[in-house]
Design a protein around this ligand. Structure first.
Ligand code: MF3
Ligand code: CO
Ligand code: CO
Length: 249
């Protein structure tokens, strides 16, 4: 069942979304050569707690990190650790905050002194696809219109859309119905209703769409070994235009 949140619940979704956004932005600002992904996660975890929230990821199906950090050919769900960021890296961070019973889920991808035109295209197009999807997340529209809009941006940029991981409803739990694929024909699936909150999260690769989960059980890698990018916002479906909840206010 696709949940429709009440006005009171949306107030809480705004609060957790704002916290997740603030921690995302503060942590992204610390991404630099020489910094380890573990240091980023320690910082993020501390900020989440200072703001009064808790990591929505730590312990989720046993996930061991405060946030996810995914570098270069790591697509999503990378586990923070001793890996040092280097010049030329593409680093995505995914932050989930639980506050007052509701979750905000958001991700961004940062280029660390990247000069490779193909990689810049990757990151720019993945972000543009997120916003193309958000534009379609309106009451009365169809779920797959979001998916299709995202896919079109990826294809137009010559990129490969990850199919094994998808966006999702989000609220009291991190993964609610519906699934929000980043591909598909338009005009399919349920009609979107005002008050539904979804995490829209394109994952695009250079080279090919294939991905594999590492033996650690979490880290998702491109099969090609080429870089990947990931952007995510939690949004509330509204009449007219969606409200992005994971925005620092
Ligand atoms: N935040 C991820 C998503 O966007 C899920 C992370 S699950 C974790 O769906 F366990 F890896 F944290
Ligand atoms: Co996420
Ligand atoms: Co998500």
């Amino acid at each position: 069942m696709i949940i429709v949140k009440t006005a009171e619940e949306l107030v809480k979704m705004r609060a957790s979304g704002q916290m997740a956004a603030q921690v995302r932005d503060e942590t992204a600002a610390r991404i630099a050569p020489g910094v380890t992904t573990g240091e980023l996660a320690d910082f993020a975890g501390q900020r989440i707690r200072e703001l009064g929230g808790e990591s929505a990821f730590l312990g989720y199906h046993g996930y061991p990190g405060q946030i996810c950090t995914s570098v270069n050919d790591e697509v999503v769900h990378g586990i923070p650790g001793p890996q040092r960021i280097e010049l030329g890296d593409v680093v995505s961070i995914d932050v989930g905050v639980l506050y007052d019973g509701y979750i905000g889920d958001t991700a961004t991808t940062v280029m660390v002194g990247v000069t490779d035109r193909e990689v810049i295209n990757l990151v720019k197009a993945t972000e543009a696809a997120l916003y193309a999807g958000i534009e379609k997340a309106v009451a009365g529209g169809r779920l797959s219109d979001v998916s299709h809009a995202i896919e079109q941006v990826g294809l137009a940029a010559g990129l490969f859309v990850v199919r094994d991981f998808v966006g999702h409803g989000v609220g009291k739990t991190m993964h609610e119905e519906p699934q929000v694929p980043n591909f598909g024909k338009p005009g399919r699936g349920p009609r979107l209703r005002a008050g539904t909150t979804i995490a829209i999260e394109p994952m695009f690769n250079i080279g090919s769409a294939g991905v594999d989960v590492q033996p650690d059980g979490w880290t998702v890698l491109t099969r090609s070994g080429r870089p990947s990018a990931h952007f995510e916002h939690t949004v509330a479906v509204c009449d007219g235009t969606a409200e992005i909840l994971t925005v620092a206010r």
